[in-house]
Design a protein around this ligand. Structure first.
Ligand SMILES: [Zn+2]
Length: 373
């Protein structure tokens, strides 16, 4: 049995933590950490939902299923989340990752439904294409205040680089600062939320586990957040065609995320209506994107785009096709790109139909009568 107990909110120095203990009752814990926590600047500690274990369910459930231990939450969770986990979620997780097994999920009670929902409508900001495209649609273009983004989050849960490597930690913090500057230019508050959930992942399970950590971060602030847009990388058609078992977002997010809800917070998968090239097109004339777009997979001291990795190339190529590359000279080294662009185009031709982004870039070139090698 894995037991989650002693939910508390506590402030120490400049930070407030929402925290609970994790105990392995029938096996030795393979993890150093004895608690799971979420952490915000103490100014924002009131955002935490400290009357519910909802944020402490998903990662412990994954661990319970991985180690074949039942899970006991010694307190209240949302009835809606409980029902969804009881009936549906474990089957999806088992289909996704065959190292998982169904286990018993026990809770002591249910959270009181809220009298009113929080006022925050949010998404995560990374300054990547998916994140900026969501902000562009639901902040710049949205007119309905119930659905218009009014805050941004940066979850430090290993989504932005290798958490265990101190060199990457520096970069993650630089990226966070960069995102805060973009949020300031947008006139939106940006909350930096730290967590230790990543400490419970196995290295090879990184992309499998990551999304549960992100959704848990959202649930930790569900007292304040009524809607949260989850930017998705692939479109509906691509998910059918290129579904991948190593990436939860590409495998099952479309039907898993609607189950990760409580009575306070709705999570909305956003971006499935677009290919990545369509998102690049949507934000290509936006000054915020031209100043802040940051997509790179590689490490660099100053968190800049390397201009040579897969993600940099697949972003610059559609900009070139549209004749808008020069507008992005602040964020990409265009001279470097021009040296390798022909090789990247040849790669798109060669991998068309087999690799998702090579395929859509090849199609995009064709749609725009752009010559390919
Ligand atoms: Zn790069």
């Amino acid at each position: 049995m894995i037991e989650i107990s002693n939910l508390r909110k506590r402030t120490s120095g400049d930070v407030t933590r929402l925290e609970a203990d994790i105990k392995f009752l029938d096996m030795t814990s393979p993890y150093k950490e004895k608690t799971l926590y979420f952490e915000l600047d103490k100014k924002y500690g009131h955002l935490f939902a400290d009357d519910s274990y909802d944020a402490f369910v998903l990662v412990p459930l994954w661990l319970a299923m991985l180690h074949k231990q039942d899970l006991h939450i010694c307190g209240n969770v949302s009835k809606k989340l409980y029902q969804n986990i009881k009936w549906y979620v474990p089957k999806i997780l088992c289909d996704f990752y065959n190292a998982l097994s169904p286990v018993k999920f026990i809770v002591d009670g249910f959270t009181e439904p809220p009298k009113k929902r929080g006022k925050i409508v949010a998404t995560g900001i990374s300054c990547g294409v998916d994140s900026l495209a969501t902000i562009h649609d639901h902040f710049i273009n949205e007119t309905d205040q119930d659905y218009k983004i009014n805050a941004l989050f940066y979850f430090n849960c290993a989504a932005n680089g290798d958490f265990d490597d101190p060199k990457w930690q520096g970069l993650i913090l630089k990226r966070a600062e960069f995102c805060k500057l973009a949020a300031k230019d947008l006139g939106l508050p940006c909350y930096f939320l730290n967590t230790n959930l990543h400490a419970f992942r196995k290295a090879k399970d990184w992309t499998k586990f990551l999304y549960l950590a992100i959704y848990s971060c959202v649930l930790s602030v569900s007292r304040a957040v009524s809607r949260y847009y989850v930017p998705n990388a692939l479109n509906y058609e691509q998910i059918k065609k290129f579904s991948r078992r190593d990436d939860m977002s590409a495998f099952c997010d479309l039907y898993l995320v609607p189950l990760i809800q409580n009575e306070r917070t709705e999570l909305i998968i956003d971006g499935g209506q677009y290919r990545r090239v369509d998102k690049v097109k949507n934000i290509a004339d936006w000054s915020i994107a031209q100043k802040y777009l940051n997509v790179c997979n590689n490490y660099s001291e100053d968190a800049s785009n390397c201009g040579l990795c897969d993600k940099c190339l697949m972003t610059m190529f559609p900009l070139e096709v549209m004749g808008k590359l020069d507008a992005f000279a602040k964020v990409f080294d265009l001279a470097k790109y021009r040296e390798v662009a022909e090789d990247y185009k040849a790669h798109c031709v060669a991998k068309n139909g087999r690799r998702v982004f090579a395929t859509e870039n090849f199609e995009f070139a064709k749609e725009n009568n752009f010559p390919m090698p």
